[in-house]
Design a protein around this ligand. Sequence first.
Ligand SMILES: Cc1cc2nc3c(=O)[nH]c(=O)nc-3n(C[C@H](O)[C@H](O)[C@H](O)COP(=O)(O)OP(=O)(O)OC[C@H]3O[C@@H](n4cnc5c(N)ncnc54)[C@H](O)[C@@H]3O)c2cc1C
Length: 307
Amino acid sequence: MEKQEIAKDLRKKLPELMIKENEDMKKHTSFKIGGVADIFVKVKTQQELKGVIEYAKEKEIPITIIGNGSNLLVRDKGIRGITIQIGMDHINVQETEDGRVEVQVDSGVKLGMLASKLQKEGIEGFSFAAGIPGTIGGAIRMNAGAYGKEMKDIVTEVTSLKENGEIQTKKGEDLQFSYRHSRFMEEKEIILSAKLSLEKGNAEEIKRKMEELNASRKEKQPIEMPSAGSTFKRGRNFVTAQLIDEAGLKGYQIGGAQVSTKHAGFIVNTGNATAKDVLDLVDYIIQVIFEKFGKIVELEVEVVGEE
Ligand SMILES: Cc1cc2nc3c(=O)[nH]c(=O)nc-3n(C[C@H](O)[C@H](O)[C@H](O)COP(=O)(O)OP(=O)(O)OC[C@H]3O[C@@H](n4cnc5c(N)ncnc54)[C@H](O)[C@@H]3O)c2cc1C
């Protein structure tokens, strides 16, 4: 089906929906790499999301879901079909009877924005996520974490949209959370919202803690350059970034993609990197680490788009 026709149909069906044709994915990924998305929409409500999904299903158009694009490498040929950016952003904070705080949050809310709101309200337990540049949906799917804490420690419930259109709510303990993994990596479900269990704390203390963590990130990570965070997962009994460093690969470059000189765990875009540059560098690192240490390293960054 022609993309003009898809855009026309969607505009008719969902007049409020933000729709773009041939949208450059460099604009929507922290790597600032990637070809164009044929059709790119940003959904602001569950109704819009359901509308787009129903249409795509009826016309057999593939869909790709993105949050803030901070763990994504989009291939150079771009993404066919409809790319849906999750933009639902409602937050509700409530004290519970046992003196804790329950936060009901939509999946499109950015972690940094939520952390800063909770800090101002003196709510503790979310500061670990303040510097992770993703959305709640992306973070739950990846079980994102930092400084010894992960989403699994605070998520008590997740509501998602199944492929058959059914909306389902599952408890945190049923989400198969493990290191950088949840059941959403196997199930084709779209995370709509979540409940987080947090505590009351002191706004000033939380602020200090967040500033400390941010300063540590700034010192250790190349946050001034485009990247998708840690390129690889940690190994079971080794730290991948350490092996990359020991292999002498810091600063190693293919095209515009470089192993960060600041943190070997990050591949950075020095300006004009292509997805092919990044993937070639990834392959090279995997090969060197295997040859030197006999270890198999696994990508943390997710790769989407046409090969
Ligand atoms: C500078 C930098 C630092 C980082 N530091 C950390 C860190 O400390 N810890 C950490 O864990 N990660 C870190 N990351 C990686 C990244 O921020 C996290 O993985 C984040 O959770 C990704 O969220 P996102 O919304 O950007 O997801 P995206 O990159 O947009 O998508 C990632 C995956 O999630 C899926 N997805 C997104 N939203 C939904 C949804 N609503 N429902 C279903 N699937 C969905 C997408 O389809 C895709 O498969 C860092 C990245 C950068 C650039």
